[in-house]
Design a binder for this molecule. Structure first.
Ligand code: ZN
Length: 133
């Protein structure tokens, strides 16, 4: 498996509109755009940082995964995404190594990326996303 870089850090927020100000005004980042991924009941906002991005995640529904995360743990870092050269190969390799996966096969994420999550139980508590774009 070849990891190319940390693609983005996913931050769960109750409101992108309210929480983007810190990242833009205080940290000086630029909001590149927002996108709603209905399948995951989430709206994402991307703020590039060098070769990576901060991804703000706002739930579009009370029963979405991001809403549930905030309910349980509060706002904050929800996942770390690693960009891989070939996500199918990466998943096959991890499966072979016995790593517990949430997604057995890739699904479509924001920005047309192919994404898959590894189970936090397998990673020491970090929700790891793999992405290929
Ligand atoms: Zn992500």
């Amino acid at each position: 498996m070849k990891i190319l870089k940390i693609d983005h850090i996913g931050v769960a927020v109750s409101s992108i509109d309210e929480k983007k100000n810190f990242w833009m005004d205080a940290m000086g980042l630029t909001l590149e755009g927002t996108e709603t991924v209905e399948a995951q009941k989430v709206t994402t906002a991307f703020l590039p940082v060098g070769e990576s991005e901060v991804e703000l995640l706002e739930s579009t529904s009370d029963d979405g995964p991001v809403a549930k995360y905030i309910e349980k743990k509060g706002e904050g870092i929800q996942h770390v995404a690693f960009r891989v050269e070939n996500i199918d190969k990466a998943l096959a390799e991890l499966k072979e190594k016995g790593v517990q996966l949430i997604d057995q096969t890739p699904r479509m994420g924001a920005g047309g990326a192919k994404i898959a999550f590894l189970h936090p139980k397998a990673t020491g508590g970090v929700l790891v996303e793999l992405c290929e774009r």
